[in-house]
Ligand binder design. Structure first.
Ligand code: ADP
Ligand code: MG
Ligand code: ZN
Length: 484
């Protein structure tokens, strides 16, 4: 029997407000433990939460960017459970009436089609604290700095069918939240976290099967790998005639497998009820409209514009708009240049290659967009050739020097003096009569041999376009001679 995977993702994104969701404490990461705290976020009796307006604005912005319908009235509820990182004994969240519902985002399918993935709801909630375990001294400590930091939870419809689609959905959502600047989206730091729900059903069946929920997925790769593993595991369970049990599983990135954390019988009954300390959240049209006006160009729109304005392929535009930082970098590079396609190629290969090999982000690039643009301007004006440009680029990475200075220092100015190059071409042909003969007899592969000789003579500085023309004309001036 063939099975079809059904996947739905729940994403928690930390909103980048300066202060917490219900008190004035700082949200700054990395401060000494328990210094960003007050009676409200440490859950003292008798305190009252006050909703942070900026957090609501960010939540609405994220909702609009994912095509959700904003609920003009939403509510905060108490989600009750006991855990040492939750001093109040409940988390303030939204349950029955979330801030937004019924959205979607679009991802690329395998057959260069577009797939719409539904977003069930987006709700606001507060984060919990952090436990720090110290097994050496057999103790655990709690840091409440994160307690009360604002989150949105974005719940997808069970519309995803493969781990690749899940990865694409997550990357798209990540990219959108970065574009609209409401979340730092650092998965390792945990301010963009994902739980994945997976079930299988016999192909053609309408009802969903029993699902497992995967937690502890802190990179895109882990999400994709864990889902693939889980699909394989559940297929095996079903093929063996057993049932998948509803449970929460964790991903072990070392062993590359999921393992059971808790079963359904241990699942919490949260006893949600409306928080009596908070009035319903009313959002009027004017507020929504003013946020809508602040929405920047989103990834899909930027992608279309890049194809149109810069004449880029669908693929190139996708690579360059995947992150807002890369898109901005590319636009700053390409802006002053004529050849946008060349700029795109250099950004995608040379620049991204360098970042990749150094393991750094574009924000940490030793070569700025302006410096990179200057380098490509020299190439465009044929002051240097592509080989020299690469040498200069490597030097810029090491020294951060201006490309023009490197050209002077290393004497890399392109040789485009026609008569000097023509003399050189003639000499090379005379010095290599056998190769010249073979070329003229059809061994055209030897063209690169001659080009190589000229580049050797000029230490790589000859204008390849001029040399190509000169070689072609000089190598074909004599009639073809029969080989004896
Ligand atoms: P919970 O509150 O227990 O996490 P929800 O109904 O809110 O449950 O669903 C959470 C996520 O699980 C959603 O993203 C949803 O799309 C997904 N989901 C629900 N049922 C299934 C299923 N049978 N298989 C896979 N995913 C599912
Ligand atoms: Mg869940
Ligand atoms: Zn506080």
């Amino acid at each position: 029997m063939q099975f079809e995977p059904v996947i739905g993702l729940e994403v928690h994104a930390q909103l980048k407000t300066k202060t917490k969701i219900f008190c004035g404490c700082s949200t700054k990461f990395g401060n000494p433990p328990n210094t960003n705290t007050c009676p409200v976020c440490t859950g003292m009796p008798g305190v009252l939460p006050v909703l942070n307006r900026q957090a609501v604005t960010f939540a609405i912005k994220a909702s609009l960017a994912t095509h959700c319908k904003i609920n003009k009235e939403s509510r905060f509820d108490r989600k009750n459970y006991f855990y040492p990182d939750l001093p109040k004994g409940y988390q303030i969240s939204q349950y029955a009436l979330p801030i937004a519902e019924h959205g979607f985002l679009e991802i690329d399918g395998a057959a260069s089609d577009t797939i719409k993935i539904g977003i069930t709801r987006i709700h606001m909630e507060e984060d919990a604290g952090k436990l720090i375990h110290d097994p050496a001294r057999a103790r655990s400590m709690v840091d409440l700095n994160r307690t009360g930091v604002p989150l949105i939870e974005i719940v997808s419809e069970p519309d995803l069918r493969t781990s690749d689609q899940a990865g694409a959905y997550l990357r798209k959502l990540h990219s959108i939240l970065k574009y609209i600047d409401v979340c730092d989206c650092n998965m390792e730091k945990g301010n963009f976290r994902c739980d994945a729900n997976i079930s299988l059903r016999p192909l053609g069946q309408k009802e969903f099967g029993t699902r497992a929920e995967l937690k502890n997925l802190n990179s895109f790769k882990h999400v994709e790998k864990a889902i693939s593993y889980e699909i394989e595991r559940q297929t095996y369970v079903l093929e063996e005639g057993h049932n998948v049990i509803q449970e929460t599983r964790l991903w072990d990135p070392v062993k590359n497998k999921t393992f059971s954390m808790r079963g359904k019988e241990e699942a919490h009954d949260y006893r949600y009820f409306p928080d009596p300390d908070l009035v319903p959240l009313i959002v009027d049209d004017q507020w929504i409209l003013s946020i809508e006006k602040q929405l920047p160009e989103l990834p899909d729109e930027k992608h279309s514009r890049f194809m149109k304005d810069y004449n880029l392929s669908d693929y190139d535009a996708k690579v360059l708009t995947a992150s807002i930082e890369l898109a901005d970098f590319f636009e700053a590079v390409a802006g002053p240049l004529k050849d946008k396609k060349q700029a795109a190629n250099w950004v995608m290969t040379t620049l991204l290659g360098m970042l990749n090999s150094k393991g750094i982000t574009i924000l940490e690039s030793p070569v700025t967009a302006i410096a990179f643009s200057k380098l490509l301007a020299l190439l465009e004006k044929e002051k240097i050739n592509a080989g020299a440009a690469k040498t200069i680029f490597d030097e810029m990475v090491d020294t951060k020097k201006d490309p023009k200075i490197i050209v002077k220092e290393k004497n890399l100015e392109q040789v485009s003096d026609l008569s000097a190059l023509e003399t050189m071409v003639k000499t090379i042909i005379n010095e290599n009569p056998e190769e010249a003969l073979a070329y003229r007899n059809g061994k055209t592969r030897l063209f690169s041999f001659f080009m190589g000789q000229i580049m050797k003579k000029t230490r790589g500085k000859a204008d390849p376009k001029i040399v190509t023309q000169l070689l072609k004309s000089n190598l074909s001036t004599e009639p073809s001679i029969e080989k004896k």
